[in-house]
Design a protein around this ligand. Structure first.
Ligand SMILES: Cc1cc2nc3c(=O)[nH]c(=O)nc-3n(C[C@H](O)[C@H](O)[C@H](O)COP(=O)(O)OP(=O)(O)OC[C@H]3O[C@@H](n4cnc5c(N)ncnc54)[C@H](O)[C@@H]3O)c2cc1C
Length: 485
């Protein structure tokens, strides 16, 4: 039977679910609290610059193709993507860096130059990662709504059981001795939100996504994907509202009867929330919340971030579209995120210059920059602290790339823990959800269907499969299938 469905939030999981549910014939309305759609992938414009606010790494292009294919469309019907070459640059010291090429053969040669014998080891590592990708992403991801442990069990996964017990850290350290190669191979784990020493080795499929599939860029940035999904949704009849925070979910007889928006109750058959899980449960009367404060406190959250959106009045040299500054002790920074939460003493950071591949994101002759420092959740962020870290970033960028930048800054905006909380209702100010540790995988993640409210569902980066844009899209499909059942 066709239902009247309200979706809370407009992140990728919500946008995906909206399309699948509308395609099944339901009447779907999306309510977003902010003034634009896309959740953490919003975009803003200032002083002639166009900034993507969140995701910038377009990995796993097969997931995006599959999404549009489910609607008899292609990515190319909406936007173009280009494979970046080199994919990205990793700085280890002043003027010392590795460029990650766009083909595994070239990367193998580079590894071999740095550590004798590591080329062939990398080939084996990536072949294994490819096999995990085929099992984990192609076979399992779309069949794991997280309802039962049995979803994880198949002949193929039983054969790989050792990789659920071992960690990425162990596997990488077993094969590679050079600290630079080790940190390059541990980098993709950052997308899963946990330390390499706390991430099952099976997740090496992210290394295949990185070296095997490559890094892509939509012509106008990630917002191309938001526009595409909204356009598709509209063509299927979805209604989208912005500036409409949902303030309450009203429940009677264990059924969510209505949501409160603009002080009015609006009645629906089904409520689906793609907003942060903890926040959604806070919209319910206490007795209908499944997870206690203690539960949330005991979870491993993906880091928060200190972000800077910066406009330079000149083109920068010695940087690519994506750049990682991994000159510092990775482990120390990770400890300051997860084990002893505090502002990092010597942070590693990521720098993205979209105007290196898309001139339209900056005025002529200028450069568009986005800097990201991963930090612990719940840190107190003041303007003074933000400035201190901005200076660290600029000083390092100047030293490593050999240019003066201080005078060239014509626009600057920061975004940190308190903004994540205020703008997205994010638990602890997390940037990208709940980490994919062994005990936060599949059925061990928060349920996509409430056990206490019969018609309340959840999707997004705190549910299955986990953090990142491709998982958010899959999450929307998984929850839609469950609703349709
Ligand atoms: C800085 C940053 C960089 C990232 N980089 C990458 C990357 O390079 N590649 C990648 O794949 N992933 C990346 N990610 C992760 C990725 O962006 C997220 O995992 C994904 O976009 C999350 O989608 P979602 O659907 O779970 O929810 P969200 O995007 O969090 O959307 C939830 C929405 O719900 C809204 N909302 C909250 N409360 C209410 C309410 N009461 N009423 C109405 N609306 C409400 C929020 O405003 C928000 O719009 C990054 C994330 C961040 C923050």
């Amino acid at each position: 039977m066709k239902k009247n469905i309200a979706i809370i939030g407009s992140g990728f999981s919500s946008l995906s679910a909206a399309c699948y549910l509308a395609k099944s014939g339901h009447k779907v309305t999306v309510y977003e609290k902010n003034d634009s759609l896309g959740g953490r992938a919003r975009q803003f414009k200032a002083k002639g610059f166009t900034f993507d606010m969140g995701p910038s790494w377009y990995w796993m292009p097969d997931v995006f193709e599959k999404f549009f294919d489910d609607f008899d469309k292609k990515v190319g019907d909406y936007y173009q993507i280009k494979k970046l070459n080199p994919a990205y640059r990793v700085y280890f010291d002043k003027k010392e860096y590795i460029d990650i090429d766009n083909s595994i053969e070239k990367i193998i040669l580079k590894f071999e130059e740095i550590e004798k014998g590591s080329g062939e080891k990398l080939r084996r590592f990536i072949n294994n990662a490819k096999e995990n990708y085929s099992i984990g992403v192609t076979d399992m991801l779309y069949k794991m709504p997280g309802l039962s442990p049995l979803e994880l069990i198949s002949l193929k996964t039983i054969k790989k059981i050792k990789l659920f017990i071992s960690t990425i850290r162990k596997e990488v350290h077993k094969e590679f001795k050079n600290p630079k190669l080790r940190s390059v191979l541990e980098f993709p784990v950052l997308f899963l939100g946990a330390k390499a020493s706390n991430t099952p080795a099976f997740y090496s499929f992210m290394n295949y996504a990185d070296f095997g599939l490559g890094t892509f860029q939509p012509t106008n940035g990630f917002y191309d994907l938001v526009n595409a999904m909204v356009k598709l949704g509209k063509s299927l009849g979805v209604k989208y509202y912005t500036n409409k925070p949902v303030c309450k979910i009203n429940v009677s007889d264990s059924v969510a009867s209505s949501i409160e928006v603009d002080k009015k109750n609006i009645y629906y058959d089904i409520i689906l929330s793609g907003a942060d899980y903890n926040h959604t449960e806070k919209l319910l009367p206490l007795k209908f919340r499944q997870y206690s404060d203690k539960y949330w406190e005991s979870r491993v959250f993906a880091p928060s971030s200190l972000l800077f959106y910066v406009g330079f009045n000149k083109k920068l040299k010695n940087v690519l579209h994506h750049n990682l500054f991994f000159d510092t002790d990775f482990d120390k920074h990770a400890k300051e995120i997860y084990d002893e939460p505090q502002w990092p003493s010597d942070p590693l950071f990521y720098a993205n210059f979209t105007s290196k591949t898309n001139l339209k994101t900056a005025p002529a002759g200028c450069e568009n920059a986005f800097f990201l420092i991963p930090i612990a959740t719940n840190l107190k962020d003041t303007p003074k602290i933000r400035d201190k870290y901005f200076n660290k970033v600029i000083t390092k960028l100047e030293a490593f790339t050999g240019q003066n930048l201080d005078e060239a800054i014509i626009y600057k905006k920061s975004f940190c823990v308190s903004d994540f909380k205020r703008e997205y209702n994010s638990y602890g100010g997390n940037a990208y959800g709940l980490a994919n540790t062994l005990f936060q995988t599949a059925f061990m993640r928060p349920n996509i269907k409430s056990k206490l409210v019969s018609n309340l569902f959840f999707c997004g980066q705190l549910t299955v499969p986990g953090p990142g844009v491709p998982p958010a899209i899959v999450s929307g499909e998984l929850v839609s299938n469950l609703i349709n059942k």
